[in-house]
Design a protein around this ligand. Sequence first.
Ligand code: FE2
Length: 357
Amino acid sequence: MDDDRFRAIPPGAIIPGSMPKFKIYVHTSKGRYMLWAADGNKVSPEQIARLSESGPNEVFISLEEEFKYEQYLEAHLGNILENQSSSDEQKAVIFSRVSTKVVKSAIENSFGLGSMSTDELNRTQMMVENALMFISESHSLQALAKMVGHDYQTYEHATKVLWFTVMFLKDNPDILERIQPDYISFDENQKIEMLRQCGVGALLHDIGKAFVTQDIINRDGPLTEVEWEIMKRHPLYGLAMLLDTDIPSFVKKAVLHHHEDFHGGGYPMNLEGLNITPLARVLRIIDVFDAMTSRRPYKEAMPPGKAVQIMVGIPADKKTEGDSSVQDKRDQGMRRCFDEELLRKFILLLGNIKFNA
Ligand SMILES: [Fe+2]
């Protein structure tokens, strides 16, 4: 088989004792791919230990079996994220890959139905549960920093918004109390459940984009007035898709309000201030921050510091020599968008993250 028929995967993705339904190969010093584990066989802990002793930091799968590998990752995500022997960085990559796929599938499979199916919602909730577990580990903040600057795809973006939202709310229980005033009297399980629901909202905030064509979402250039009108309806479409689910109303409202601006002028309803539900005010900040610091089809990623400058209302410098980030009109006019108090708290969170230079 040729090299391009194989794909490298991190050994940490293979859980001892599991029975992957795909073949796993190692790359020999002679440049060949040798079968290391047959499909359907149990991979023993000893086998994995021998692998890490011999040193390869990658094993391989055949591209033909990639979909089986993806299914395996999703089914074993909890174990993979718990696996002590793999790095947070590896886990972050796997987590992002799986959740990107789950959001993509949630959007695509719900599109024809006009509302989100119970199966897709369950998958999404399971994803958030795994995220909560991973995020509670101390180093996941740094792992997240490595993801900043990646491509902006609705799905991958949703994963990063989830990550930031959970981090942010976990550190700021007073905001959770604003979202749900009963929070203060909740027991531990109810608190975790509440955080999970906020995470589901973060993951699904753009689900209404299922009704907007890819051409409009990824346009390399200005949108026409009509196209903007279509784009501006995605929070409304999102609410419609979640209306018949048992997602709590503060999450449904957050999806509807996530493009409303704190000082007015947002869409779809041009609400202001405290009329915008608190979770939506949080999502507004994180959504914009991630969009600005991600590479999009029509622009390079902006450094986090510069994105924050624009968000707090300091005019960005004109493009300077050697600066690859090009400002887009969709990144301007930020001064009026945010609840300043929440923005200040978010900037404090960012201060704890060491971003790549
Ligand atoms: Fe949106």
